[in-house]
Design a protein around this ligand. Structure first.
Ligand code: GAR
Length: 191
């Protein structure tokens, strides 16, 4: 039996990617433990975690607030759970140097486009506006840039003629949940 991988998951939204990890863990398909869920707002993903008895923390980054201080607080909050892996699963904030110094190499993110195409916060909308016929999702290691880190896994999703942002994003997320679970499954603590 492989040793359980301790994961901290960061979210900002509904947390369906988080849910996919939790469901796979519950059914014995993933030797991991979500030791904490963090967010920058009171999001549905926090409610999901709380209902499963998982420790949570919420650190909003308010307008005008010192970003470096927030970054340090986030790193401190994550560090207390001593994770093997930190997963940004729909966390819509960029972390800073302090966080990356502490967790670089074991911090991954998932993005709803085939990077390096369509980085940023509106990947699905941007792909639709560009008129691409194929988009997808990417799991990558986070570096200092905006969605620029080394790519770990990618999968394509067709854009259908009548797609809008919601329908396309939902189809991407179906693939994305599986891809993220696979990456975590294959993650080795010691690189
Ligand atoms: C996912 O599609 C994820 O890739 C995206 O937020 C969604 C979260 O879904 N993240 C980004 O766009 C980050 N740039 P969920 O809240 O249902 O898990």
């Amino acid at each position: 039996m492989p040793e359980s991988l301790k994961c901290v998951v960061l979210i900002s939204g509904t947390g369906t990617l988080l849910q996919a990890l939790l469901d796979t863990i519950d059914t014995g398909g993933l030797a991991a433990t979500v030791v904490a869920v963090g967010a920058d707002r009171q999001a549905e993903g926090i409610t999901r975690a709380t209902s499963k008895g998982i420790p949570t923390f919420v650190l909003p980054l308010r307008k005008g607030q010192d970003r470096e201080l927030w970054d340090r607080d986030l790193a401190t909050a994550v560090a207390q759970f001593e994770p093997d892996l930190v997963i940004s699963a729909g966390f819509m904030k960029l972390v800073g140097t302090h966080f990356l110094t502490q967790f670089g190499g074991k911090f991954i993110n998932t993005h709803p486009a085939l990077l390096p195409s369509f980085p940023g916060a509106h990947a699905v909308r941007d792909a639709l506006e560009a008129g691409v016929k194929v988009t997808g999702c990417t799991v990558f290691a986070v570096d200092e840039g905006i969605d620029t880190g080394p790519i770990i896994a990618q999968e394509a999703v067709d854009v259908l003629p009548h797609d809008d942002e919601a329908t396309l994003h939902e189809r991407i997320k179906i693939v994305e949940r599986r891809l993220l679970v696979e990456v975590v499954k294959n993650w080795r603590k010691d690189g």
